[in-house]
Design a binder for this molecule. Sequence first.
Ligand SMILES: *Cc1c(COP(=O)(O)O)cnc(C)c1O
Length: 466
Amino acid sequence: MINYISTRNENDEKKTFSEVVVEGLATDGGLYVPEDCPLISAEELEQLQDVPYIGIAHRVILPFVEGCIDSDTLYQLLTKAYSNFDHEDIAPLIKLKDNIYLLELFHGPTLAFKDMALQFLGLMFDHILAKNKQNLTIVGATSGDTGSAAIEACKDKDTLELFILHPHNRVSDVQRKQMTTVLSPNIHNIAIEGSFDDCQDLVKKMFNDNKFRQEMNLSAINSINWGRIVAQVPYYVFAYLKLRKTIGSDKVAFSVPTGNFGNIYAGYIAMSMGIPVEKLIIGTNSNDILFRLMETGKMATETVSSTISPSMDIQISSNFERILFDLLGRDGKSVAQIMQHFREVGPFSLNEETMIKLRNIFTAYRFNDDETTKMIRDLYNDTDYIADPHSIIGIGAANKYSSKTDFPIISLATAHPAKFPEAIDSAISTPPTTPEKLSKLDELKEAFTVLPNDIDIVKKFIQENK
Ligand SMILES: *Cc1c(COP(=O)(O)O)cnc(C)c1O
């Protein structure tokens, strides 16, 4: 059985999988990581060659949950989690051009890659809580994609009450409707009269209020939850095996449009488990903290700017702390010091030795909105493929890296283009075909409550509606 430790492990506490999933963030402020990374041998990879997605996910996830979820239950949860995806491969791999392939991760109910993790995490949460006879109130802020994926994942679960805060009139129509048309009694949409940052501040304030937190049994399913990371590892293994079967390459690079570093960190775990990954390529929009870190060795935040790839408009890539922990020889004290300095004082620099290790595994490219729009247009003209403004950033990074490698590159496509009609419209004249899931939203009834940006009013609403 694998134990979990915090990246700031000051008190050497060890936790089980169930505990880290329910807790989310460690009490010392760190993120949970497995004490040892399980491995998949080359022979085993050989045996997994023709296994479908669910079977691979089962093999990849089982060692991480052993002792908490038995093998059969895991298989059932996975089967159910991916039963409402609209492609038989769950995550189809397609050839884009030359040596660049695309792994489409947007075939779930909300048409963005967050379904890959949250559909599974919702079921796992429910399973663990029901077993422990517990209930949780989950509170989250969203600028769009995460909210709808969390709502789809948690709807109709008796053990969970979900409150999602979104900025009133500042999410797209499609994004709002994807959230507010889910009329399940345990789902509560709150439109805050303020910005996304205001929503996030309100959530933080609730978590910092220990009395309220305990009274409500508050939890989060944001991207720092280990349960989300672990559900994202299988598609790296699946894509590697598919490509190896098609073209026989024994090594691949992955290119990932990155915000909070959760998706690409899952690729790092796949690599740690034994998948032969040549490079993990980070693609960012103008919120480029990771690009600047790779260039300069310095981690420094700037103010967040709004882009046409809003799900990557993040300045602090939380999951980077997990990489830092490994880079610093798993020394929790050093991580705690650096993170405290980062929060209270400001920028920190990594030394040359650490940067060499980091650059061995990762490389990064950055694109502004004009470049993003142009890349959508160029790709469409070259290949007829319409990529959404997030996926195209991965593709752009893959293009740039392709001259530097002999290995094929798998670029991760994280959203369906129909979710971002304005961005597509400004790039090309052909609109993407709208999947039925989106077109039928217009006929559905919406429900949400508008509240002022006032912590006491929001808390009261949650207490009364829980
Ligand atoms: C969340 C999201 C991303 C960024 O993923 P991270 O795991 O935060 O790096 C990229 N694209 C889309 C469409 C997303 O919803």
